[in-house]
Design a protein around this ligand. Structure first.
Ligand code: FES
Length: 183
């Protein structure tokens, strides 16, 4: 909505500027700065297009987000979720498990999970992903002291092609394949 409003205001401003441009053009003719004035008009026009594009993108993103929220149930746990359409009574990983279980093989083959959140949730999700054989990436959270790879305070054990290795989340991650970390 804010993006729509912004676009409306911008359009009104540009309309006013266009009205003023006629007067400016005759003044510019007299002052012999017509070329520069036309450059400014071009810049204004570019700015309007770019603002318009940005506003359109924001509206599209908001609509996509709204669609996604209607498509995926609101996730709640406990009594509050019971009996309400759109609410799921359980952990988000249980919802993912049910959702993946309801897909046919073709649809499931198009799924990849990108996840972030608390480590126990990521571990549970890694199991769900393994069970349904879908790729899953986890963005790990660790306590960090230096955050530039110097202190080794953020290391986690990760399975690599050469066997298990300690990896620093701050510089080697934070995103890893879920099976390499929790498999
Ligand atoms: S925080 Fe120091 S190595 Fe990652």
């Amino acid at each position: 909505m804010a993006a729509e409003h912004r676009r409306t205001v911008l359009t009104a401003i540009v309309a006013n500027l266009e009205l003023m441009s006629r007067d400016l053009t005759s003044v510019a003719d007299r002052l012999d700065v017509t070329d520069r004035l036309h450059e400014v008009f071009d810049e204004l026009s570019d700015a309007r297009e770019s603002a318009d594009r940005e506003a359109r993108l924001r509206v599209e993103s908001a609509e996509a987000m709204e669609r996604a929220m209607h498509r995926f149930p609101v996730m709640e746990q406990g009594e509050v979720a019971k009996g309400y359409a759109g609410c799921f009574d359980g952990f988000v990983t249980q919802l993912a498990d049910e959702w993946l279980g309801a897909l046919d093989a073709t649809a499931r083959a198009q799924v990849e999970i990108f996840s972030c959140g608390p480590t126990p949730m990521l571990e549970a999700l890694a199991k769900v992903a393994a069970r349904h054989q879908v790729p899953c990436q986890v963005s790990l959270e660790e306590f960090m002291a230096c955050a530039v790879g110097g202190c080794a305070g953020c290391t986690v054990k990760v399975m690599t092609p050469d066997g298990p290795a300690m990896k620093r989340v701050c510089v080697d991650g934070p995103v890893f394949d879920s099976q390499a970390v929790f498999g």
